[in-house]
Design a protein. Sequence first.
Length: 328
Amino acid sequence: MPDAGYTAASIDIGSNTIRVLTVRFEDPQRPGSHGLRPQSVGTGRIVRLHDTGAFARLGRGVALTGRMTEENMAGAVELIASYTREARAHGAEDVFAFATAAVRLAQNGREFLDRVADSAGIRPRLIDGDEEAEWSFLGATFGEDDTGMVAVIDVGGGSTEIAVGAGRQCSHKTSCAIGSGSLREAAPTGERAVSEAEFDRMVEVARERLSPASGVLDRAMGADVIGIGGTVTGLAACDLGLRAYDPSVIHRHPLSLERLRRLAAELSALPLPERRQFPGLAPDRADVIVSGAAVVIAALELLRASSLSVDVNGVRLGAILAGAAGRW
């Protein structure tokens, strides 16, 4: 674990969103300062100084054209530069930026990273799916007791990572080319409501796309499941009916498979304009929340799991831990 007092940030450049997390590591015996509530962890504690994100949609159309659009790249570059400045203003000694599925797949991915480096003064690291899965596990299990088997599911916009391990040690990991955005493009429904048959088909497609993970999933039978990523936290916010996103309330919120199916049915039954008004749901996520829910449900069914616990740290905290340990 990083030394007490260390402050760092990570910027997750995803297919749907770009998100920043800035934290300060605290001594396990020392209370938080500046009125901020620390998140207690098994080997210490962190104080969340800054946690926000916005939709950039870098992955939109990449599967069809092989390229990120100029408009989306320009918006993302500006957003990353802004988040970098904000992280420094919060005292971040290091800013670890990393890019995932959309940039991995896009033919102009390197060009985009060059533009970020010129604008933000930091060059994001392009990570592969296995690395993303391992970092997700590292962040999601930080502070957990050395208990039994844990499976971490990270549903992103363009890919889903699954990592399995025990005692905070990741033993098996994989990445599958299916996410909330890519599934929506594969099974488009426009702005109308999604029928029960259409949603069942989404789940079926998600199961098919997750089939390469069968070896990892088989090793995770009976494991406690932790879910991370915007889809999972968005569904938790809907379940809680939050008026404003609050990570301290969402963190470790339980979601049963039965409740996820009911939420998916409620969201599917609404046309997009009405779905944007759903309590707890960020309006910009309304177009991908149904497809994202289908991926989560498919993963839980393949794991034969009845529920998951929501984690708000995930890959962003994992990136900070990996960077602080010199694995960057």
